[in-house]
Design a protein around this ligand. Structure first.
Ligand SMILES: Nc1ncnc2c1ncn2[C@@H]1O[C@H](COP(=O)(O)OP(=O)(O)OP(=O)(O)O)[C@@H](O)[C@H]1O
Length: 452
């Protein structure tokens, strides 16, 4: 945390304290009753502030949950107070009566109102004025659902809980390889990405794909060092991104020939393992003898669409399709980042079963990545602001409503340090000879040795 962040935190804390009448009354009461009031009050305020600060530093996730819940409760009270005026300004009132708030519930950064509409009003009446309703109560998002035959449930997001940057973290030990913790959800809980499903991270330039990529690698660092996870990096920008944390990767491909050789090698390994498992085992459990192989691709389109050597493009695509369609059971996973999610750029988009939608250009891109239902039920990737990179939407595994998440920030220093401390125990050379020979001399791209 920089000095600037620190000062800003104390200013915010001071403002929050002064804005709470209960806290002020408490301080005044103490000052009134206790002898030596100045000292006592000062000491208590200081102790409280230090306690909060320590809590925020030591347990940032639980502190974030607490402060979000506190802010949401305050906003919920204001929201209910302002409800009749908001209804009137949105045309939802009639003869002085407005839809009745039957229940108010605060859940993380959301305030949920269960409302009984006036006779003749339906969910559509509320949907038609959802934007004025949202801005009227100063919420950043509003989701509407019908509840029973008549009532409407309104879920307002009243606190922007993911604005502050936080670092990516390495888990203390090798955990069960079911999830990787990449950052936080907007309710303050950890954002866990399932291991197994093939993952596609889509986001415009500067959306923060790098932080999702590295938070994922960093979250697996202890398993990499233990040898139960092998990461294979593909970065056709000459390795600019992946080579920063070279130590974490068992193999790294930085040009198209290497990428195809690596992918085809992994397909062969996958098929060999599937043959071994045939008739005896239907799912994979990662061990050092049989590690989970994860192919991490920095920009998928560079491999499948922007390559001017068609044969390499076709072979890369075939290998990725094979890994995505058959890899899960024998323990092979693809984790790819992508700027442009159109079908002509990534024809096999449907084979990726876990999507992360960061900031995207428009609603059509959001629909391409997360699906129409998610776009209609609150995944607004196209509305994510530029100043919160690493923020995006995911659809939970159980298929519930989309959740806003933010990845931790992995600085260059952190990546280098983690790559050094948790280096993979073995590396694998990529044998490009077969791929180069199969291309023939005319179509063979120049290798680095040729260039030299
Ligand atoms: N989670 C994060 N928290 C804070 N800052 C972040 C986070 N993720 C990324 N950034 C910052 O945002 C900027 C853009 O991030 P990044 O390079 O990862 O985007 P990108 O989607 O990979 O862009 P491109 O596709 O152009 O490479 C960088 O300056 C980075 O430091």
């Amino acid at each position: 945390m920089t000095v600037h962040d620190e000062v800003r935190w104390w200013i915010q804390f001071g403002r929050a304290f002064l804005a709470r009448p209960a806290a002020l009354c408490f301080a005044v009461a103490l000052a009134w009753w206790f002898p030596g009031w100045l000292l006592t009050t000062g000491a208590l305020v200081l102790a409280g502030a230090i306690g909060l600060r320590l809590w925020a530093r030591r347990r940032p996730a639980s502190y974030a949950r607490f402060s979000v819940a506190l802010a949401a409760r305050r906003k919920a009270r204001n929201l209910v107070r302002a409800w009749p005026d908001v209804c009137a300004s949105c045309g939802l009132d009639r003869e002085g009566a407005c839809p009745t708030v039957r229940r108010r519930r605060v859940r993380g950064p959301h305030v949920e109102l269960l409302v009984t509409p006036l006779l003749g009003q339906t969910l559509q009446h509320f949907a038609a004025v959802s934007e004025p309703l949202r801005s009227g109560v100063q919420a950043s998002r509003l989701r509407l659902e019908s509840h029973g035959p008549r009532d409407v449930r309104m879920i307002f997001t009243v606190v922007e809980s993911l604005r502050a940057t936080f670092p990516s973290t390495v888990p203390d030990e090798v955990t069960a390889l079911e999830h990787a913790t990449l950052g936080r959800q907007e309710d303050g809980r950890p954002w866990r990405l399932a291991l197994g499903p093939h993952t596609l991270v889509a986001g415009s330039s500067g959306a923060g794909k790098g932080s999702v990529f590295w938070s994922f690698a960093v979250a697996l660092a202890p398993a990499v060092r233990a040898g139960s996870v092998h990461l294979h990096g593909i970065d056709l920008k000459a390795g600019m991104e992946v080579l920063m944390g070279r130590g974490l990767f068992t193999s790294v491909a930085t040009d198209a020939v290497e990428a195809v050789a690596l992918l085809e090698d992994l397909v062969a390994d996958m098929q060999e393992r599937a043959r071994q498992y045939a008739g005896t085992q239907r799912s994979h459990c990662a061990t050092t003898e049989n590690p989970l192989h994860i192919v991490m691709i920095d920009e998928l389109a560079a491999l499948t669409a922007y390559n001017n050597e068609r044969e390499l493009q076709r072979r890369a695509e075939t290998a990725i399709n094979l890994l995505c369609s058959q890899g899960r059971a024998p323990g092979f996973m693809v984790f790819a980042c992508l700027q442009d999610p159109r079908k002509e750029v990534i024809p096999s988009r449907g084979l990726f079963t876990q999507m992360v939608g960061l900031r995207l250009k428009d609603i059509s891109e959001t629909t391409m990545v997360l699906g129409e239902t998610a776009a209609l039920t609150g995944a607004h990737c196209h509305r994510i602001r530029r100043d919160v990179p690493g923020t995006g939407y995911v659809v939970p595994e159980d298929g519930g409503h989309p959740i806003l998440v933010r990845a931790g920030y992995a600085s260059d220093e952190l990546i280098r340090e983690v790559a050094q401390t948790y280096a993979a125990p073995e590396t694998r050379e990529i044998d490009v000879a077969a791929v180069r020979d199969s291309l023939g001399p005319r179509r063979r791209p120049r290798s680095r040795e040729d260039v030299a």
